[in-house]
Ligand binder design. Structure first.
Ligand code: ATP
Ligand code: MG
Length: 264
């Protein structure tokens, strides 16, 4: 019984996950879980394996070993579109937007690409497709208003400010109705104002019942937003806990300092 309770409160469970690229163990025997409705942060020095972890969770790459479960369902090695269908969506470390597409088109097309929407009904514009498209358009209107981009819907997404481009990506991710949203360094390169606004947005997303797993280097952001932090280093879990435990943890300080010296 007790066990059941523990498993049910986790939306994502990663078990002994490993992935190597040649000799590099990018993710090494990693185990952790994300509680439902949390904003859970992943931190760690450059090259620690954070983005690789997201690529594994979203099915872009397959693990060498280990298991990934979403709400008790095994999603290890499912195709990316199947994982998206199960309610996992993401934004990328480097913003990925198509040139020559408006904000609205980006989010609309994104929903088809990321959920493996069928192209043939779209081409022939079947009745069923038209109905679905109308619903999709209504949903996108709702999302663009939510992220504050409705007034910019006809502008080319790739020409917007960096902060707005990130919002487009977030809107695209939300359009697939995720239960779990993965954000890979969403505020990197943003100014203070943009960062603050995005942090507010993440809180609002979380209040909608969407669990967030966020990679970030900005400790102010991490400590403000998240109540659980997993620190990884060389693909392994170093420590885990709430901000007050992580902030001054000697192993965390050493991991960052050590790597900084190597980089210097
Ligand atoms: N597709 C790939 N092929 C080969 N090596 C890779 C690949 N992806 C990642 N790596 C390597 O795996 C390690 C972890 O990389 P990853 O991008 O996951 O780190 P990260 O924690 O996201 O770093 P950063 O903070 O710089 O974004 C690095 O040594 C990287 O060079
Ligand atoms: Mg990364």
């Amino acid at each position: 019984m007790n066990n059941n309770y523990v498993t049910n409160s986790a939306i994502l469970t990663v078990d002994n996950l490993s992935k190597a690229f040649g000799g590099v163990k990018a993710v090494n025997n990693l185990t952790f879980s994300v509680s439902q409705n949390n904003i859970h942060a992943i931190i760690g020095p450059n090259g620690a394996g954070k983005s690789t972890l997201f690529n594994l969770i979203t099915g872009v790459i397959t693990p060498d070993e280990g298991k990934i479960q979403l709400l008790n369902q095994d999603i290890t090695s499912l195709r990316p579109d199947k994982i998206a269908e199960q309610g996992v969506s993401r934004t990328f470390q480097n913003i990925r937007l198509f040139p020559d597409m408006t904000v609205f088109e980006t989010v609309l097309i994104g929903t088809y690409l990321f959920t493996g929407g069928k192209l043939l009904p779209a081409l022939f514009r079947t009745k069923n497709f038209r109905n679905k498209e109308r619903q999709a358009r209504e949903r996108i209107e709702e999302i663009l208003k939510f992220v504050g981009l409705w007034d910019m819907r006809h502008e080319y997404a790739a020409k917007l400010s960096y902060g707005s481009q990130r919002r487009v990506e977030i809107a695209r991710a939300l359009a697939t109705n995720p239960r779990l949203l993965l954000l890979d360094e969403p505020t990197a390169g943003m100014n203070q104002k943009e960062t603050k606004e995005l942090m507010n947005l993440f809180t609002q997303v979380s209040e909608q019942g969407i669990t967030i797993l966020i990679i970030a280097h900005d400790m102010h952001l991490v400590n403000t937003l998240s109540n659980q932090i997993t620190v990884i280093n060389f693909g392994e879990k170093l420590v885990e806990g709430p901000p007050e435990v992580i902030q001054n943890h000697p192993a965390v300080i050493e991991a960052y300092m050590g790597r900084a010296e190597v980089n210097a």
